[in-house]
Design a protein around this ligand. Structure first.
Ligand code: URA
Ligand code: SF4
Length: 229
């Protein structure tokens, strides 16, 4: 499908409820038409995890399996991520998993049978960002982990580069000012960027890429204000 033009008033903001927790955000996001991606995908894939989570991990967008099942990180990339979290000493139950963009973007092949992932563009990332802001405002985690370039750009703005900024505990942006550079008002929240787990799966040297992911996640674990219980 060609990208339809997004009007000036478009974007998720007008769908985001002013009050309420994650369940009410999730209910509202199910009806979001803030950009054209809702048209071809099965359903909105909202974040998952407890509102008490102190680490929020942000991916790019749901993949094929996530789109079918309606939950984030349930396919091969999610499997690898869960393994890496455990190895980094992060209890998955104390994390909240979400994506920068909440509908699956794809093109089709083999007469429409195969759905091939397409990276979301800046317009779609910007349109969807109000959901991410709302999730972060409700949860207010100590640490947000950007998994790959799309998440990094959604959180820190378009000058973000994974290769230059990964594996460090950076100041996190204010939750209602994502994408604004430079980060102002350091409030003690941290952002750690790393590779996207799908990039690990595609890497020539998968073992080295995986070890890098685990080591970056360890940085996130040690950036928690108090040790995880
Ligand atoms: N990749 C992502 O970025 N998010 C998912 O939920 C699954 C795969
Ligand atoms: Fe709304 Fe985001 Fe889906 Fe676009 S991708 S329709 S902004 S939830």
């Amino acid at each position: 499908m060609k990208d339809a033009a997004v009007g000036e008033e478009a974007g998720a903001a007008r769908y985001v409820p002013r009050r309420g927790g994650i369940p009410s955000l999730r209910r509202a996001a199910a009806g979001c038409q803030g950009c054209p991606l809702y048209q071809d995908a099965t359903a909105t894939v909202f974040g998952e995890g407890p509102s008490s989570a102190r680490i929020v991990l942000v991916g790019e967008q749901p993949g094929d399996q996530e789109d079918r099942l309606g939950e984030p990180f349930v396919g091969p990339a999610g499997h690898l991520l869960r393994k890496a979290l455990a190895e980094a000493g992060i209890d998955e139950k104390s994390t909240y998993l979400t994506n920068a963009v909440k509908h699956f973007k794809f093109s089709t092949a083999s007469g429409g049978k195969r759905r091939i992932h397409k990276a979301p563009n800046l317009r779609e990332m910007t349109a969807c960002r109000p959901w991410l802001m709302a999730e972060l405002k409700v949860i207010d985690p100590d640490v947000v982990v950007a998994l790959g370039a799309t998440a990094g750009k959604a959180l820190l703005g378009t000058s973000f580069r994974v290769s230059a900024q990964r594996g460090m505990a950076l100041p996190a942006p204010a939750w209602d000012a994502l994408g604004v550079q430079p980060v102002q008002n350091d409030n003690g929240h941290r952002l750690v960027a790393t590779l996207h787990p799908s990039a690990v799966l595609r890497a020539d040297d998968r073992e080295a890429a995986y070890a890098g992911l685990v080591s970056d996640l360890r940085v996130a674990a040690s950036a928690l204000r108090r040790p995880a219980r």
